[in-house]
Ligand binder design. Structure first.
Ligand code: SF4
Length: 422
């Protein structure tokens, strides 16, 4: 977005600056995200009441009327047509006419809108490549399919060409992202590559010292057999974000998630057999409608067995259009909050156990930034399994380097790194 504005002669300011235009790209995954977006829009308008405030993304796509009723939102775009933002900002500044460019509803487009690869000037360590848009799974709590529309896979040549450009520009980690990356190619039986493994294979073939990470992989799509395919790619990091959402088969069914707790743990087992220090992170919803204390305890049990590096827990949030919003057994906020707090405590405990188990292991770290922890300076990076690693800064290393370390004790959210070879 910044590049699009710059191309038309705009200068880019920060969010505290008095600017002529503000772009607020919204999220609507929970009610809290909606509230934060509304607060942000008001804050931007207060900074400069004369400015054009452009609101875009999933919130207006699903609830255009909610944004239309906010007089601070000058131009309202959905999840499609965002590239017109600079031109629409200029038009608003001339005419002062508010514009609503989305009528809501699920985007119908069946084509992936390709974007020009943009190389920022910021630190060249980790770059995100979007490979896919949309989701057809309709988990009963999730508004995303309504905001993002059906699955559209980006052409493979376009992904590989962006990856090649990024590697040549010096990026050492490529993160494959999308709404449901496991569905890559699923809507186009005519193309030879289906599944994210095909994308990894094509990128792996590029020359250069770099690694590949998958942003997340849906257990609604992949199973234990599928993940074994990933083990053949040396450049692929030993980390998967596998959203489990619940450990109770009853709740998983009500969520319209097509796997059981046992099937999920089978994926975990296969990963850990391949590498006992394979990093697994997850999302869990606390307090889904009808979730009993026993269901929740099954979730905690599954989490213990999975030995997560991190759990991203959040309280269930009622979302428009979704089946779960209409379900009976909606739980009071204090129950959702209390269960979410227990998830937070368990995440801390499991993360510490996992990091202690790494002690003495050899890890290849990609260095990212200089940080200070308890008054000591470190170079921080991530191991292949996504565990943060803190290397004492006195070592003569810079950011964006692969460094081999031996993992030491847990520090902050990661482990200490003792250099074995630079
Ligand atoms: S698979 Fe993910 S994005 Fe798709 S509906 Fe389910 S939770 Fe939402």
């Amino acid at each position: 977005m910044a590049e699009l504005f710059k191309a038309r002669g705009w200068e880019i300011g920060g969010e505290e600056d008095v600017s002529d235009a503000y772009v607020v790209n919204t999220c609507t995954v929970t009610a809290l995200s909606d509230r934060k977006s509304r607060q942000y829009i008001r804050r931007m308008k207060r900074l400069n009441p004369q400015a054009a405030v452009i609101v875009m993304g999933c919130y207006p796509q699903t609830r255009p009327e909610a944004l239309a009723s906010m007089e601070e939102a000058d131009v309202i775009i959905g999840t499609e047509g965002k590239e017109r933002a600079p031109e629409l900002a200029e038009e608003f500044l001339k005419t002062r006419e508010r514009k609503l460019l989305t009528s809501g509803g699920r985007p119908e487009s069946r084509e992936y809108t390709d974007h020009q690869a943009i190389f920022g000037s910021e630190s060249r360590t980790r770059a995100l490549i979007k490979i896919e848009e949309g989701c057809d799974r309709f988990c009963s709590y999730c508004v995303i399919p309504y905001a993002r529309g059906p699955v559209r896979s980006r052409p493979l040549e376009s992904i590989v060409s962006e990856a090649r450009g990024l590697v040549e520009a010096g990026y050492k980690e490529i993160v494959l992202s999308g709404i449901n990356t496991a569905l890559y190619g699923s809507e186009r039986p005519d193309v030879s590559v289906s599944g994210i493994d095909g994308v990894i294979e094509a990128i792996s073939a590029l020359p250069g010292d770099f690694r590949i990470r998958i942003g997340s992989l849906e257990p609604t799509v992949v199973n234990a057999e599928y993940v074994k395919k990933l083990f053949g790619y040396d450049k692929l990091c030993h980390h998967l974000h596998l959203s489990v959402q619940s450990g109770s088969d009853r709740v998983l069914k009500a969520m319209n998630r097509h796997y059981s707790a046992a099937e999920y743990l089978d994926i975990v087992r296969v990963l850990r057999e391949f590498d006992p220090l394979y990093g697994i992170t997850t999302d869990i919803i606390a307090g889904f409608p009808g979730e009993s204390e026993e269901d929740f305890e099954q979730t905690l049990e599954l989490a213990e067995k999975a030995g997560y590096l991190h759990i991203h827990g959040f309280p269930y949030s009622v979302r428009p259009f979704t089946k779960a919003a209409e379900m009976e057994g909606q739980l009071p906020p204090h129950v959702k909050k209390e269960r979410n707090a227990r998830l937070g405590e368990l995440s801390e405990k499991l993360s510490l156990e996992f990091r202690k188990s790494m002690e003495g292991s050899f890890q290849r770290v990609l260095t990212e930034e200089r940080v200070s922890v308890d008054g000591r300076e470190y170079i921080k990076g991530h191991a292949s399994n996504y565990c943060p690693v803190y290397i004492p800064a006195e070592a003569a290393i810079t950011d964006n380097e692969f460094i081999d370390v031996r993992a030491g004790e847990p520090i902050a959210d990661g482990v200490a790194g003792i250099i074995v070879r630079t």
